[in-house]
Design a protein around this ligand. Structure first.
Ligand SMILES: [Zn+2]
Length: 300
């Protein structure tokens, strides 16, 4: 991943205080900076993710597409309400809560990593989704019928997608994460490299790498739109990083348990603590395997 220096100086066209961002309303297309919109879902638990839209002269770049119809239909309708063509859909990674609504943007190029492309080309594990996210059981059959769109354009290196949108490949949450930087307004869509106020999930990630990558993420922009939870910045990144480092320390036997901290209020500590710690322990032994606690959570 390319390291950039933090943008210096205020953009005179930017009319955004951090307070506006932190209090961005949920379930509406909210403009946090000139032509940069977020669609935040409250709670941020499994299956409840965020998305965004960025306006360039030629049209819109959508960032992630939510999961089930009840989520993506209102989001896509609000994006259509901007009255501009949706040219591009960037998928930050392949997890279903970010890619399930890809058919809501049928004319857009679908842009993602090789890993995202490979996973979308595979069969959708609907039974596991139902077990892991029972709140959405009724909607997964609809999703399985609709399916997801394949990736049409691969992200292999950092790339300037449009005059405003830069793509930054990374890994940590998965092997194929992509972040979306809008440098002219100092906003980063971090995908699931950032969970704010919500326990992160590293069943396909690497908690140690992820914690290190967050040093770079924090340098990219002051305003971070996470994959789950409310908009944040450096404070939220540090809390996430500390939590992940504790998971690694417990996995190594350096700490007996995750100590008290800002994560005490995060939802889904159970079963995610166990999943994250087991994943770190597996990787430390050189085993790139699914943590047993995740298999149990998926009903296996
Ligand atoms: Zn994810």
């Amino acid at each position: 991943m390319t390291r950039r220096s933090r943008r210096s100086g205020a953009n005179p066209t930017m009319d955004m205080s951090s307070l506006d961002c932190m209090t961005a309303p949920a379930l509406t297309l909210h403009e946090i900076a000139d032509g940069v919109f977020v669609w935040l879902q409250p709670g941020g638990e499994s299956g409840v993710s965020n998305a965004g839209a960025i306006v360039d002269d030629d049209g819109i770049t959508v960032v992630d597409s939510l999961m089930v119809r009840s989520q993506w239909e209102p989001f896509a309708a609000a994006v259509a309400g901007l009255g501009r063509p949706v040219r591009r859909l960037v998928l930050t990674h392949a997890h279903i809560d970010h890619v399930g609504g890809s058919h809501a943007f049928p004319n857009a190029s679908v842009i993602g990593s090789q890993q995202t492309s490979d996973l979308l080309d595979g069969e959708m594990p609907v039974v596991a989704y139902k077990a892991f996210m029972p709140a959405f059981t009724d909607e997964f059959d609809d999703l399985a019928e609709i399916g997801t769109r394949p990736v049409t354009h691969l992200v292999t290196d950092a790339a300037q997608l449009t005059p405003r949108v830069e793509l930054l490949p990374a890994n940590g949450h998965t092997d194929g994460d992509v972040m979306v930087l809008v440098a002219d307004v100092d906003v980063l869509f971090a995908g699931d490299l950032c969970f704010f106020g919500v326990t992160p999930l590293a069943f396909q990630g690497n908690p140690a790498t992820w914690a290190d990558v967050l040093d770079v993420v924090g340098e990219l922009a002051d305003t971070i739109v996470p994959g789950h939870g409310p908009i944040g910045g450096d404070t939220e990144i540090r809390a996430l990083q500390q939590y992940l480092r504790h998971c690694v320390a417990v996995a190594r036997g350096d700490e007996p348990a995750i100590p008290a901290g800002p994560w005490d209020t995060w939802p889904e500590r159970e079963p995610r603590d166990a999943i994250n710690i087991e994943r770190a322990a597996l990787l430390a032994r050189g085993e790139d395997a699914m943590p047993p606690a995740m298999l149990r959570a998926m009903g296996f």
